[in-house]
Design a protein. Sequence first.
Length: 540
Amino acid sequence: MGQSPDGSTYSETPSDYILVQGNADLKDGWVFPRVWTTQKTKTAEAGDLIMSVRAPAGAMGKTAYNVVLGRGVAGIKGNEFIYQSLVKMDSDGYWKKLAAGSTFESINSDAVNGAELVVPQDIVEQNRIGDFFASIDDLITLHQREVFLVIISLILNTISWEQRKLEECVNRIATGLNPRDNFKLNTGGSNYYVTIKNFEHGHLFLDDRCDKVDDDALKKIQERSDLKKDDILFTSIGRIGDCYLIERTPDNWNINESVFSLRPNQSVVIPEYLFQTIHCDVVLSQILNDITGSTFKSIKIGDLKKASIPVPNKGEQRKIGSFISNLDNLITLHQRKYDKLVTVKKSMLEKMFPKNGSRYPEIRFKGFSDAWEQRKVSEVANRFDNLRIPVAANLRVPGPTPYYGANGIQDYVEGFTHEGEFVLVAEDGANDLKNYPVKCVNGRIWVNNHAHVLQSKPEMADNKFLAYSISQADIEALLVGGGRAKLNAEVMMGIELCLPNVKEQIAIGDYLTRIDDLITLHQREHTIHHNKEETYVKCS
């Protein structure tokens, strides 16, 4: 159970610890940072479950951060199955019954600890159930947001806002300082020297990509840039228009001359709104029209000041700034999930397949212990390249069937060349020789002559497992040809694989497929949120 820090330690400005006090700090099933504290009381770690124990008692969320817990929440160590079980208990009214009769709905630690769950003994079954419902949650959330964003876009298309020059919206535009005769880089100082390479999609990265300066140099740069909270950084050369909103006055970093610092005129615009607007397509396209230089593009302060900014009233500015900021957080969250899943998949591929001549993998599912066997692809799969038909783009008839080439789906057409579950392996034209294109597909498909088509022999192999197994082979070493490397059919069929029995293959194939599905989902959500954010600011 949580314990609230002293109220004097609270702040709405990011500081030492994120504070989770109750349901107000949970959004879309995740902790959404709203309040910070400098005092650590009870804590939860990234990946823990968070339950609201005060009205509404039982509401559930997860945290992607290390957080401090206030008295309105409890932290729970548990997997996705436990989370989904607790969500169901909440929807069934379990916690409301325990809190009935109270003036202020709440539950205590005894109620939480004493709650009984029906749990499968097998952790693998728990994970499968949890992953299944998590995927459904993600899809529900995705479609809810898409509908909401379509409505918002339609509304914004009907609005006409006042247009103001940027120079009316800011009190000053300044720059940092370049070394020249002023100071030297990387001479033992620990302060970060920020350039255009340290920005990406509204985020500033203070890491090993930054040069370092000492305290004297930092003071000289600050005398010129005068960076303060709510200033907006804007890259002026190269990748023009990457921005960052300063959340608190920096004390261990500053900028060079290629980064502009814009100080919002807060009588006209709210900093969050100007930050989101200055790098939207509508405004950025004006700025890019005024760039100079043929090889290395740049924008001058005088030209930047002329850019027109759409300015609604401050109430709308706050809502727009907050809404797009929330989208930014969702984009970051899904990118973080995507990166984590890619790392998990890489690790599991290394550990679930034998290596260095061994016939036993490092980890395996419960109930499997037999040694794996060496088999050539030709022993465990049949090849159906003879059914492939290449069709020029201008001759394809649009339809519902995915048209596959070396690197995946190229088009959708009428008809099909193959029906069933198959493994596609690039023959020539692969765009990544290190991570060679191998994919298990199912249903009606049309395959051209740039991908081999395999199908496992049911008594010998599982198609999903076969695809992952082939992807682990060193295919690059088997390719012939120069500019368009080719994997000959005979060579592919001769690749030696290490396989367990079919039942274990199915378990491994299904597990890795679920990870791939989640990777695809988070990658898609990241892309959709990013595109919707751009659509939103275009409309404004």
